[in-house]
Design a protein around this ligand. Structure first.
Ligand SMILES: *Cc1c(COP(=O)(O)O)cnc(C)c1O
Length: 385
């Protein structure tokens, strides 16, 4: 069955007693046992909850994995995955990384003796140069946020496998609708489901999908033992959002492409970082490994003085952190999402004071272009050009 149909049907044929088309929220934390040594399959909700289980099965199936785990946030999902590692372990990690993941690794995991090196994960020579005898895994974001760097997951997974490394891919920006890293060789996929999967800026959630029996069992143990699980209400809300993922992603992609084209031609804009654009360095790999493009891109202004008036003059587009929702949001990465990344690394990857990130919503593209054009014009007027 095609993915659009599988998404729309999440949880819809799973409740045999009443036939409820929307799967119920099982708020219970405890489940009655029929007798000694017997269980309905549910004992205690941290271990397994019926509503969460439907979501987890759907996530595993959509990402072509063997098991899914729903967590209380994307960071909770990453923390659960990092539970695989301990004292003396080393990770190779995408250089242009989500700021919160960087903070978790540098400020917390280091205290448990887990260290990381940050590298362009598409550069095998660079990876090989930083690989240590105790390197256990590679964590890839593709595209990265905010600079939309692309990693060839198939090529890098093949290299990682040959070195015995686990491959973890953060698939938040593309979702399984556009890209399925496990099919390309990854062992673990992680999502901030707060973003496109939920899609409405109204539920905080994370998902993990694992490939392979042993890894799935290990992750089940960590998920249950660490306890950062998603509650049944939020599991339901996330499934509700995921039903419309296909429609939303297509519109996000269409709008982002139109607006990226508009900005590329604008005299106040120096560069647009969007893999759908033919001149983007990751364009061909992106087209090969994914069936579409995300709704996020970044653009660099010609003058840092444009930033303040643009953020003041946008009306329809909100100046806010986060991404992937139906509402358009604009972020200033250097002072918001990437503030925890040292300036030296920020400069190396190009997150500077002229860079804005745009999470394009599903409003009409004409209205978004009008809002942006007005704000750019006002900014140019104010700084006197
Ligand atoms: C937002 C985000 C996270 C963290 O997820 P939360 O749900 O905010 O905890 C991790 N990775 C990426 C790529 C993100 O965009």
């Amino acid at each position: 069955m095609k993915i659009e149909s599988r998404l729309a049907q999440i949880g819809s044929q799973k409740e045999p007693v009443t036939g409820a088309v929307s799967f119920p929220v099982y708020q219970a934390t405890a489940f009655r046992h029929p007798k000694l040594g017997e269980s309905t399959g549910f004992d205690y909700s941290r271990t397994k909850n019926p509503t969460r289980a439907v979501l987890e099965a759907a996530a595993a199936e959509l990402e072509s994995g063997d098991a899914g785990f729903a967590c209380s946030s994307g960071m909770a999902a990453l923390q659960t995955i990092f539970g695989l590692f301990g004292q003396g372990d080393h990770l190779l990690v995408s250089l242009d990384l989500y700021g919160g993941t960087y903070r978790l690794l540098e400020k917390i995991m280091t205290r448990f003796g887990v260290t990381a090196s940050y590298v362009d994960t598409n550069d095998i020579d660079g990876l090989e140069a930083l690989r240590l005898p105790n390197t256990k895994a590679i964590l890839i974001e593709t595209p990265t946020n905010p600079l939309m760097m692309i990693t060839d997951v198939e090529r890098v997974s093949a290299w990682a496998k040959s070195k015995g490394l686990l491959v973890i891919v953060d698939n938040t920006l593309l979702t399984p609708f556009f890209q399925r890293p496990i099919e390309l060789g990854a062992d673990i996929v992680v999502h901030s489901a707060t973003k496109y999967l939920g899609g409405h800026n109204d539920v905080l959630a994370g998902l993990i999908v694992t490939k392979g029996k042993e890894l799935s069992e290990q992750m089940f143990f960590l998920h249950n033992s660490m306890g950062a699980v998603l509650g049944p209400q939020d599991s339901w809300l996330l499934m509700r959002g995921m039903k419309t993922l296909a429609l939303r992603m297509e519109r996000h992609q269409y709008n982002a492409t139109r607006i990226a084209d508009f900005l590329l031609e604008h005299p106040a804009v120096e560069e647009v970082y969007y893999p759908a654009l033919p001149h983007h360095p990751g364009h061909d790999v992106q087209n090969r490994q994914s069936s579409g493009n995300t709704g996020i891109f970044s653009f660099r202004l010609k003058d840092a003085r444009y930033v303040e008036p643009i953020l003041r003059h946008i009306k329809l587009i909100a100046f806010a952190e986060s991404l992937g929702g139906v509402e358009s949001l604009m972020t200033y990465p250097a002072v918001q999402t990437h503030a925890d990344i040292p300036e030296e690394i920020r400069r190396q990857i190009g997150v500077d004071d002229r860079l804005l990130r745009f999470s394009v919503g599903i409003e009409h593209a004409d209205d978004l272009i009008e809002d942006l054009a007005g704000a750019l014009e006002a900014a140019q007027r104010e700084i006197g050009e």
